[in-house]
Design a protein around this ligand. Structure first.
Ligand SMILES: Cc1cc2nc3c(=O)[nH]c(=O)nc-3n(C[C@H](O)[C@H](O)[C@H](O)COP(=O)(O)OP(=O)(O)OC[C@H]3O[C@@H](n4cnc5c(N)ncnc54)[C@H](O)[C@@H]3O)c2cc1C
Length: 452
């Protein structure tokens, strides 16, 4: 069962180390590991696919437990039971055989079911379908100490919690979204491995739409794209609006020379109501570079565009890590009505104060852009962290969140206190103490210091 002691890294380049790396193959083995750790007061960090970018799966101490052997997939009509290690790619492939699909799409398809539940992952299709939370029907969880529970949607927690204020954003993954009478699934979803270990989950599957129009639409200016987002937000059947700015296009040009020379921004769209005439009209009115844009209606076309969109974070991560730094990217979302204001704020600050390379891309349909800084040296890197904090404060001031989809992990746990008061964070810690009295699970995630 034991593999070896190793140093690990996550998708952001952040490193962790564990005194043991364990990979149980059954629930009983996992339960006995948790019972042993609990008796000896050894912290346990759970590993999914380690594509997370906030250090959540990186242990600071104690044992690392990889869920890699929990790979059962059982597809039914309208739902699938999946082991924690099932990847989104495997789930989508298995669902496609039954003409169904799993709606959450964090573009990183090697991510695991357990990891995406624990970060409440979202992504491109969340514009229509919301984040992972909405798609969980049941969870099988091992609690700290090893006891097993199965929670079905709607089963309320059996202890009192206060109501914490939630931002007016379409998604949020910053801390526990406490509310009296909330159910266990909402508590575990997004809890970043701090409250229990997800062994299996029943996930909702949707019928695959008959036809989907997909496109990567290029525009001659930034404002053309921002105007199009506002004009198209209400379009029926639209399930994705992803933004790519001019710097991102430049970063991708070596790999994609077909990006048109005159393009200064792009929107990637998918519509389940592919009324072509209406789209031509919309594109013309938006001033898009129609002839230079890319469109398609097949699964293959959509996969090609997904890979193109995914190349942006991949290229950014590789560049930053190769320069010896950790990924330095934002995950803030604001209320839809403040989207343009926040976007302008990003560019004003970056153009005024940031000497290095930066890119902006992401889920503009949800007012949730990722700003990524690519520092050339230590001084720019230091300044980058200051700028990120300025962005975090501004997002909160506009009614937004410090984390829309990545979670806070260890790298961003200091942001929690920008969004919540000390009393509200204490209420979250009370829940943590109740379910994990020795503060062993996911130690360092969300709360920088153990609070037992
Ligand atoms: C190129 C790139 C693009 C990305 N794009 C997106 C995006 O668009 N949207 C998005 O939401 N994310 C995105 N991510 C981030 C990442 O893919 C997600 O956070 C994903 O949910 C992590 O899944 P994982 O299996 O890799 O989990 P890990 O990174 O292994 O773990 C994440 C957290 O979950 C906990 N955990 C994992 N499994 C379990 C379990 N079974 N039980 C309890 N706790 C568990 C870990 O302890 C950790 O705290 C991207 C990452 C990369 C590298």
């Amino acid at each position: 069962m034991e593999v070896e002691t190793i140093t690990l890294t996550d998708g952001s380049g952040y490193a962790g180390a564990a005194s043991r790396l364990l990979a149980p193959s059954t629930e009983a083995e996992l339960a006995s590991i948790l019972a042993e750790a609990s008796a000896a007061l050894i912290p346990v960090t759970i590993l999914g696919s380690r594509t997370g970018i906030t250090g959540g799966s990186m242990p600071r101490e104690g044992w690392a437990v990889s869920m890699e052997k929990f790979r059962r997939i059982d597809i039914g009509a309208g739902s699938a039971w999946c082991g924690a290690a099932v990847t989104l790619a495997d789930l989508q492939a298995a669902s496609a055989h039954t003409r169904q699909f799993y709606a959450p799409d964090p573009t990183e398809w090697t991510a695991s079911v357990g990891g995406t539940i624990n970060t409440n992952a979202s992504g491109s299709r969340s514009f229509r379908y919301g984040s992972t939370r909405r798609h969980i029907l049941a969870l099988r969880v091992l609690m700290a100490g090893g006891s097993a529970r199965t929670f079905r949607r709607g089963e309320a927690i059996d202890f009192p919690v206060p109501e914490l204020p939630l931002p007016q954003t379409t998604k949020c993954t910053a801390g526990y979204p406490l509310k009296p009478g909330m159910d266990w699934i909402d508590l575990f979803c997004g809890s970043e491995g701090t409250l229990g270990v997800v062994v299996e989950a029943e996930l909702k599957l949707l019928p695959k739409p008959e036809s989907i129009l997909a496109g990567v639409v290029f525009f001659p200016t930034l404002d053309h794209a921002l105007d199009a987002v506002e004009a198209w937000r209400g379009v029926e059947g639209l399930r994705m609006i992803e933004f790519i700015d001019h710097n991102t296009l430049d970063l991708m040009r070596p790999k994609y020379p077909e990006i048109p020379a005159g393009a200064l921004s792009g929107l990637m769209i998918e519509s389940e109501n592919p009324d072509e005439e209406a789209w031509v009209d919309r594109l013309e009115r938006a001033g898009a570079l129609i002839d230079a844009s890319w469109f398609g209606e097949t699964d293959r076309d959509r996969e090609r565009f997904r890979v193109f969109r995914h190349a942006a974070p991949e290229r950014v991560n590789e560049t930053v890590i190769s320069r010896g730094f950790l990924k330095l990217g934002s995950d803030f979302a604001v209320p839809i009505a403040r989207s343009r204001e926040m976007t302008r704020f990003y560019y004003d600050v970056l153009d005024r104060s940031w000497p290095g390379q930066y890119v902006v891309y992401g889920h503009i349909g949800d007012a949730h852009l990722h700003v990524n800084l690519m520092p050339a040296g230590p001084e720019e890197n230091r300044l980058g962290y200051q700028i990120m904090e300025e962005f975090a404060r501004h997002a909160v001031a506009l009614g937004g969140t410090v984390s829309a989809e990545h979670g806070l992990g260890k790298r961003k746990s200091h942001f929690l206190s920008l969004q919540y008061t000390a009393r509200e964070i204490e209420a979250m810690k009370d829940v943590k103490r109740r379910l994990d009295p020795h503060w062993l699970l996911g130690r360092g995630n969300l709360f920088p210091e153990p609070g037992h």
